[in-house]
Design a protein around this ligand. Structure first.
Ligand code: BGP
Length: 490
């Protein structure tokens, strides 16, 4: 007889509630503690409205810009260099997370704090010591760190010397870095993610892979070659992690953008399948340990020839992840048209879904798309899933008496949590939820401060003016209750 599993009524008792950040968007102190300069230190503030739309991304850097920034840094503003000063305020910030009842805090380690140029033989002790303090502070409150090893930054030296992940040289350099932090924190960190949103290499070569795009001939080829190098580095890291930390949980991550077909026309349906494959390619390799067959034709059609070494097949096989993490902000519409492949997975598609409302930054809001994504991902991999980013970037107003009435954010999070809960009831194994930018931070795509995601308000404007004081938003108190009731009281 087949034994049915018990029907789940909601989130598991050990569900990991928390929040997510990244080093380059919060730490600041960009030259302190022996840190080297990183790629994100050169994301200059550019007017995000210059092209007349609100969701302009300004995070790419060309070789000419990089030279200009290095020669005359004072003529530009680099908001990611200042972050929100977490480097000096981590105790206060972690205490606020604890007050909300966080079980987990997702943060990343800055590679350039540990290996300032990426080329040193020995790690920088001061950099290592900083994260020791952060993890110890988390431990004080029983908060588990979930650590991303590479979140949109790397030592700038590796961009200058190798053009970033274009080069295979990055694989052993990353493995050296990964081993150093795994060894150091083996008793403090159990949950790891190797690379943040690796599929975003297709959107920004500089942000995802430290590549100066004007120096490559074939952009798509570069994106997939860099991704291949990261796959190998990630698999070697997974293997190392299992040796070093016996009970490790190590995952991959993508920016999950579920594609819906625009109409019931079979051509549009087929395009939706293909658009989703381009996204799933990333977890397919990392969760199954091999390249999927559908990419062979795609590579041939797009004149992509990858340099894959003989040993890579084995490395990928041996380095499959324990869980699949996603960020989820929006869904996408697929239509059979000339530029369909290019549009797959872009944040900025011209094809709109008339059923969805947009955020102030024109991002379509689709809570049910999260549920659909989770169901499909779990069907595909049968591995635990983690929603390690989700949230609403919005303008907030701090009142005279230090409050932020962000009912719009509460509404957004509530609807997404409701759909996650349905997915859990429908059989999905979900480990945790860490809404993005649980404390206001510098935007990845636009370097703005005014695009706020936080449950905690940080008093700083786009130009870096402000007291940096922290304030609890209405959503802070709401989320505290959500955690206390394990997602029942929404
Ligand atoms: C994800 C990134 C984050 C983050 C978030 C929101 O893609 O992993 O780093 O910033 O998107 O994007 P943005 O800051 O551009 O609004």
């Amino acid at each position: 007889m087949i034994e049915m599993k018990e029907l789940k009524k909601g989130f598991s008792d050990n569900f990991l509630w928390g929040g997510a950040t990244a080093a380059n968007q919060i730490e600041g102190a960009y030259l302190e503690g022996g840190k080297g300069l990183s790629t994100s230190d050169f994301a200059a503030y550019k007017d995000p409205y210059a092209q007349g739309k609100v969701n302009n991304f300004t995070f790419d850097v060309s070789s000419a810009e990089l030279n200009k920034y290095k020669e005359n840094p004072d003529a530009f503003d680099f908001p990611k260099r200042r972050g929100i000063d977490f480097y000096h305020r981590y105790e206060e910030d972690i205490a606020l997370f604890a007050e909300m009842g966080f079980k987990v805090f997702r943060l990343s380690i800055s590679w350039a704090r540990i290996f300032p140029t990426g080329l040193e033989d020995k790690p920088n002790e001061e950099g290592l010591a900083f994260y020791d303090k952060v993890f110890d502070e988390c431990a004080k409150y029983g908060i588990e760190p979930l650590v991303t090893m590479s979140h949109y930054e790397m030592p700038i030296t590796l961009t200058e010397k190798y053009n970033g992940w274009m080069s295979r040289e990055l694989v052993p350099l990353f493995e050296k870095y990964a081993r150093a932090i795994l060894e150091r924190y083996k008793n403090k960190v159990k949950y790891w993610i190797t690379f943040n949103e690796m599929n975003m290499n297709l959107n920004s070569l500089y942000t995802g892979a430290g590549i100066l795009e004007d120096l490559v001939d074939h952009k798509l080829q570069a994106a997939y070659q860099a991704s291949h190098h990261q796959f190998v580095a990630s698999a070697l890291t997974v293997k190392a992690a299992k040796e070093i930390i016996p009970d490790v949980q190590i995952g991959c991550m993508i920016n999950q953008i579920e594609a819906y077909a625009k109409t019931t026309k079979p051509e549009d349906q087929l395009q939706a399948v293909k658009s989703n494959q381009l996204n799933m390619f990333y977890p397919d390799v990392q969760a199954r340990g091999e390249y999927p067959t559908y990419m062979v034709k795609y590579f041939a059609d797009n004149q992509i020839k990858l340099d894959i070494k003989e040993q890579d097949e084995q490395i990928l096989k041996e380095g499959t992840v324990d869980f699949v993490a996603i960020s989820y902000y929006m869904s996408h519409v697929a239509e059979a048209r000339e530029d369909a492949a290019e549009l797959a997975g872009t944040f900025d598609s011209p094809i709109k879904n008339e059923h969805l409302e947009l955020s102030q930054w024109d991002w379509p809001i689709d809570p049910m798309g999260l549920r659909i994504s989770l169901i499909k991902l779990y069907d595909r991999y049968q591995k635990p899933l983690f929603v390690c980013e989700n949230g609403l970037g919005a303008r907030d107003t701090l009142t005279q008496d230090g409050k932020v009435h962000d009912d719009y954010r509460i509404d957004y999070l509530k609807k997404h949590i409701e759909q996650m809960k349905e997915a859990v009831k429908e059989g999905v194994d979900l480990m945790g939820y860490t809404p993005w930018g649980c404390i206001d931070l510098i935007s990845c795509g636009t370097s703005q401060m005014t695009k706020r995601y936080g449950l905690i308000y940080v008093d700083q404007d786009d130009q870096g003016n402000g007291t940096l004081n922290r304030y609890r938003k209405d959503s802070f108190f709401w989320y505290k209750n959500v955690i206390a009731s394990n997602g029942e009281d929404l």
